[in-house]
Write a protein that binds this ligand. Structure first.
Ligand code: C2E
Ligand code: MG
Ligand code: MG
Ligand code: MG
Length: 295
């Protein structure tokens, strides 16, 4: 910690500090301010049962409302929050805010609604994650199954013993555990044997290409089959077209999320989201979907 701030001070006063380092420092400074001033909020992306159109729940996605730059996407600021470890503070806020919203939505959506919360590998490496979750479950009187923790494969690959212990404790707590962006990490199928999980989320890059690429189609259908054999739920991410939706349904995928149905929605719009999606109406509304270009 001392070493870190020492280095930052050095960089701050260094005359040869380049523009990039300076703008990084400014970004870091504005992130600190943003946390203090609560310039963050969550948007909620619906997760839908493919066959019935039933709403499973929402994934909470973090947004930064910058006073000058406008809405900033997490891919820009999460890495910096992780480097500076500020993600631990903000991550705890995400758990709390997601749990608060889940509780507030019980009258509208019932107790089966699942709120999925992204947890950074940095947070996942901290033993307090389990305590933080236990506390918010208690504070907002939620059944643990109402919350799902999304971790990426890279988070699981860090330190096998710690990971195993974290997952064991999360499991004991009863929250759901999802592997995010499944298939993109250093996919080791071995951990599927060792770890108790609930859900696999198929990375959207595979979904984006599966109708054109036989390889991607093979990866997607393999993950669907794998999840069935292991008794896990499976969610396809980034579904943008009706053709992708139909393919996934044919191949036995249970759940989807993606722009075909909705992006991350502000609270008021999420609240108004139908409990059951009418696929036919959706189909007629979007008869020539234009898939966004892959990043
Ligand atoms: P993710 O958890 O895999 O979230 C899915 C991302 O895909 C979201 O981007 C979502 O807006 C986007 N997406 C959903 N459907 C579609 C689609 O049909 N097409 C396309 N092109 N994109 C789609 P977002 O919100 O920018 O988040 C990016 C990543 O930032 C997330 O990926 C997650 O890893 C991270 N993130 C978001 N919120 C949090 C958070 O609260 N905590 C942490 N630690 N990470 C977060
Ligand atoms: Mg996620
Ligand atoms: Mg993902
Ligand atoms: Mg991702």
């Amino acid at each position: 910690e001392a070493k870190r701030s020492g280095r930052q001070q050095y960089r701050f006063y260094s005359p040869e500090m380049n523009g990039r380092a300076r703008s990084r420092l400014m970004l870091e400074e504005s992130l600190r301010n943003a946390i203090e001033q609560k310039d963050f909020h969550l948007v909620y992306q619906p997760q839908i049962h493919l066959e019935t159109g039933r709403l499973r729940g929402f994934e909470a996605l973090l947004r930064w409302e910058h006073r000058v730059a406008g809405t900033v996407a997490p891919n820009v600021f999460i890495p910096l929050l992780e480097e500076t470890r500020l993600i631990n503070r903000l991550g705890d806020w995400v758990l709390r805010e997601g749990a608060r919203q889940c509780n507030a939505w019980v009258p509208a959506f019932g107790e089966d609604l699942v709120i999925s919360l992204n947890v950074s590998p940095v947070q996942f490496g901290m033993p307090q994650l389990v305590d933080d979750l236990r506390r918010v479950l208690g504070d907002f009187r939620l059944r643990p199954e109402q919350l799902e923790v999304e971790v990426t494969e890279s988070a699981l690959m860090q330190d096998l013993e710690l990971t195993r212990e974290q997952l064991r404790q999360l499991r004991a707590l009863g929250v759901r555990i999802a592997i995010d962006d499944f298939g993109t990490g250093y996919s080791s199928l071995a951990y599927l044997r060792h770890f108790e999980l609930d859900t696999l989320k198929i990375d959207r890059l595979f979904i984006a290409n599966m109708l054109e690429s036989r390889r991607d189609a093979a990866v997607v259908s393999t993950i669907i089959d794998l999840s069935r054999h292991l008794g896990l739920e499976v969610i396809a991410e980034g579904v943008e077209t009706m053709a992708q939706r139909d393919w996934l349904l044919e191949h036995g995928c249970a759940f989807m999320q993606g722009f075909l149905v909705a992006p991350g929605l502000p609270v008021a719009k999420a609240e108004a989201f139908p409990r059951v999606v009418d696929w036919r109406a959706l189909h007629e509304g979007i008869d020539s979907p234009s898939p966004s270009t892959a990043p």
